[in-house]
Write a protein that binds this ligand. Structure first.
Ligand SMILES: Cc1cc2nc3c(=O)[nH]c(=O)nc-3n(C[C@H](O)[C@H](O)[C@H](O)COP(=O)(O)O)c2cc1C
Length: 350
């Protein structure tokens, strides 16, 4: 029996649920081609950052509305960004070249938080052929006078201004740190976002003890990080009228299956692709087909959300009760077991 691997995300009919997330691999035409050949159902390009766009206009807007505190700081990082992505013109050229080279959907990414002039770039991305736009709203709120409600309102205004300026679908990539995330997710859907990408990884700075400077550190993810999106996908599936994408910690076919079971429409991969190369996409896609076939699933659709909070027999499994159970049920002997398992390589004979 052939398994139907197709999945619908942001209104796009995709050949499978495996998508290449934004990373340097999607920033080059050769690696984009290799991702498509390996079976990627869609690709997300690296972000075009608010800080790269219309400095004067954004600066004025920020100063008027929020105080200029964060903008000068952001600009100091710009030289480092030059290597990653060289600004709006080069971005639009890369997008157009990606569209030319690929036949799978190409999702462009905007990365910023303030509603303002830079958001008109969404229109330019659409004109350059983007099949959808991913809006990454990474922010670190440091002002003690900015409330959580204020941050949410600002994001909702940004989302609705972008959604009203384009006709292609818009997904919002968010971090997990909202006090009432389910409520915010539903309000993003009300602001006309077509999809949610869960979750942005917050890269924490470190201290270099030699130079006594604060340094950015980018660690590739491990699949322990999967469990945060897993929980929230399960909670949101069926509750908000919005597509759901999982990102963070995807390495294996089993990871893909778990996220689909909880309600992901697509599963995005970046870190493990950087480690293993584009061929990983083929491995995950074939692995998913085999996993489903062996268990007599006819399609990805049949699997999707079948262990979401609404569908599973034990809805409290995703709530506080599970936390209490994990703590109360913990035995110091588990630590010895974990250490022992960590010492034994996965592929050694049992
Ligand atoms: C080197 C690198 C560059 C990235 N660049 C972007 C980016 O430009 N925009 C974005 O939204 N996410 C970016 N990400 C985040 C990934 O798209 C992804 O959401 C995140 O790494 C979690 O997925 P993973 O665990 O598979 O790596 C980047 C990640 C890495 C490792």
């Amino acid at each position: 029996m052939t398994v139907d691997l197709t999945s619908r995300y942001l209104g796009l009919q995709l050949a499978s649920p495996i998508v290449a997330s934004a990373s340097p691999l999607t920033g080059e035409i050769d690696s984009l081609r290799a991702l498509e050949e390996a079976g990627a159902a869609a690709v997300v390009l690296p972000s075009l950052f608010e800080e790269q766009l219309e400095h004067d206009q954004v600066e004025l807007h920020s100063a008027l509305e929020y105080g200029a505190h964060s903008f000068a700081e952001a600009l100091t990082y710009l030289p480092e960004m030059d290597d990653y992505n060289t600004g709006p013109d080069a971005y639009l050229e890369h997008l157009a070249a990606a569209k030319e080279a690929l036949s799978i959907p190409v999702i462009a990414s905007l990365n910023g938080v303030t509603p303002g002039g830079w958001t008109r770039y969404a229109e330019l991305l659409q004109q350059a052929g983007a099949d959808a736009i991913e809006l990454n709203v990474y922010a670190v709120e440091t002002d003690p006078y900015t409330s959580a409600a204020g941050v949410e309102e600002r994001t909702l205004r940004l989302v609705s201004s972008i959604c009203s300026s384009v006709t292609v679908p818009v997904a919002v990539k968010v971090g997990p740190f909202y006090t009432s995330f389910a409520n915010f997710a539903v309000r993003l859907a009300d602001a006309r976002a077509d999809g949610l990408v869960l979750f942005n990884r917050f890269l924490q700075p470190d201290i270099d003890l030699e130079t006594l400077t604060v340094v950015p550190r980018l660690h590739l993810s491990s699949n322990d990080e999967l469990r945060l999106p897993l929980r929230w996908l399960a909670i949101l599936h069926g509750r908000a009228n919005i597509s759901l994408a999982a990102t963070s910690g995807v390495q294996t076919t089993e990871d893909v299956v778990k996220l689909l079971l909880c309600g992901a429409d697509v599963v995005m991969v970046a870190s493990q692709l950087l480690r293993a190369g584009p061929g990983l996409i083929r491995e995950l896609t074939d692995g998913l087909g085999e996993w489903l076939g062996e268990r007599e699933y006819a399609s990805v659709e049949q699997l999707k959300g079948s262990m979401s909070q609404l569908a599973c027999g034990n809805p409290r499994a995703f709530e506080r009760a599970q936390y209490v159970r994990a703590l109360v049920g913990f035995s110091p002997r588990d630590v010895a077991g974990q250490a022992e398992r960590a010492r034994v390589p996965d592929d050694s004979p049992a």
